[in-house]
Design a protein around this ligand. Structure first.
Ligand SMILES: Nc1ncnc2c1ncn2[C@@H]1O[C@H](COP(=O)(O)OP(=O)(O)OP(=O)(O)O)[C@@H](O)[C@H]1O
Ligand SMILES: [Mg+2]
Length: 254
C-alpha cells in the first residue's frame, strides 16, 4: 500500500504546491510511482502540470469524487510515465458548504482512495491554505503530514493550531497519522532573518525538521509556466538539487 502524505499549512504561499509538485517528481525519478492530488480550488498544482479541468465537465476533477462519488480512477490523468494527477476544479471552493451536512464528510477522500492506493508508492495531497473540510479530508486520508514553513517572519504563526488539528484527526479518525516532517522553504541563507527563522523552527520541531532546506530559487517559480517539474525545467538549479535531496530523505525516513 502506498504512503499517503498530506502537504498542509493553513498559512498561504509557504510552498505547499511547489513542494507537492517537485517532491512528487523527485520521487518519480527515483523510480517511485506517484499520484498527486490537488485539493485546492485555486488548482495551482493542476495548472503546474497543465491539467486544468473544465468547470462544466461533471466527471473530471476531485470535486466530482467528493461531491458526487465519482470514481477516483475516472478523474486521474497521466502526467508522465510515473506521475498521475487527480486535478482540482474551481468548484471546490463551495465544497465546505456543500459537504457540511454529509455523513462521513471527513472521510470522503479516504474512502475514494481505497480504489487506487495499491497502484502507487506515494500519494501526495496538496491542501488549500485553510483548515477547513478539504484539508481535514487530506489529513484523514493520510499516513503522514508534511508541513512546509516559509523562512519568514511569522513562520510558526498558526502552527500550534495546525498541530492541534492533527491531534484531533488522530484521535477521532486516523490513529496512524504522524507528522512526517517539517520543511523549511523559500530559504535565503544570506539573510539574517532566514537563518534565525530556520533556527527557531529547528528549536521548536527538532528532529522533525528535514535536513533538506529548500532555497529560494527563481526556477522553482518559473517551472509551472512551462507545465513541468523543476527537474525537466532546469536540472542544474538549486531547486532541483533541493527537491532531489528531499525525495531521498522522504524515502530514507520510510
Ligand atoms: N523555493 C522557492 N523559490 C522561489 N519561489 C518559490 C519557492 N517556493 C515557492 N515559490 C513560489 O512562491 C509562491 C508560493 O508558493 P506555493 O504556491 O508553492 O505556495 P502554497 O503554500 O501552495 O500557496 P497557497 O497557500 O496559496 O496554496 C509561488 O509563486 C511559487 O512559485
Ligand atoms: Mg498551493
Amino acid at each position: 500500500m502506498g504512503t499517503v502524505i498530506a502537504v498542509v499549512n493553513q498559512k498561504g504561499g509557504v510552498g505547499k504546491t511547489t513542494t507537492t509538485a517537485n517532491l512528487g517528481a523527485g520521487l518519480s525519478s527515483l523510480g517511485k510511482k506517484v499520484l498527486l492530488i490537488d485539493l485546492d480550488a485555486q488548482a495551482n498544482l493542476s495548472a503546474h502540470f497543465g491539467v486544468l479541468t473544465d468547470e462544466d465537465d461533471k466527471s473530471r476533477s476531485i470535486y466530482e469524487v467528493l461531491r458526487y462519488g465519482a470514481k477516483m480512477s475516472d478523474v486521474i490523468k497521466e502526467v508522465t510515465a510515473n506521475i498521475d494527477i487527480a486535478p482540482a476544479s474551481l468548484l471546490l471552493s463551495a465544497a465546505d458548504l456543500e459537504l457540511g451536512g454529509v455523513i462521513g464528510r471527513e472521510s470522503l477522500l479516504r474512502e475514494a482512495l481505497q480504489e487506487v492506493v495499491d497502484n502507487y508508492d506515494f500519494i501526495l495531497i496538496d491542501c488549500p491554505p485553510s483548515l477547513g473540510l478539504l484539508s481535514l479530508n487530506g489529513l484523514v486520508a493520510s499516513n503522514k503530514v508534511l508541513i512546509p514553513v516559509q523562512s519568514e517572519f511569522l513562520a510558526l504563526h498558526g502552527v500550534r493550531q495546525l498541530l492541534d488539528t492533527i491531534d484531533r484527526v488522530r484521535s477521532a479518525y486516523n490513529q496512524r497519522l504522524v507528522v512526517g516532517g517539517v520543511l523549511i522553504c523559500l530559504h535565503d541563507s544570506r539573510r539574517r532573518l532566514s537563518r534565525s527563522v530556520a533556527e527557531t523552527v529547528r528549536d521548536y520541531f527538532s528532529d522533525l525538521v528535514f535536513n533538506t532546506v529548500v532555497r529560494t530559487n527563481v526556477a522553482l517559480a518559473e517551472a509551472p509556466a512551462r507545465g513541468c517539474s523543476i527537474f525537466d525545467y532546469d536540472n542544474r538549479s538549486t531547486g532541483s538539487e533541493d527537491y532531489a535531496s528531499l525525495a531521498q530523505e522522504v524515502i530514507e525516513r520510510g
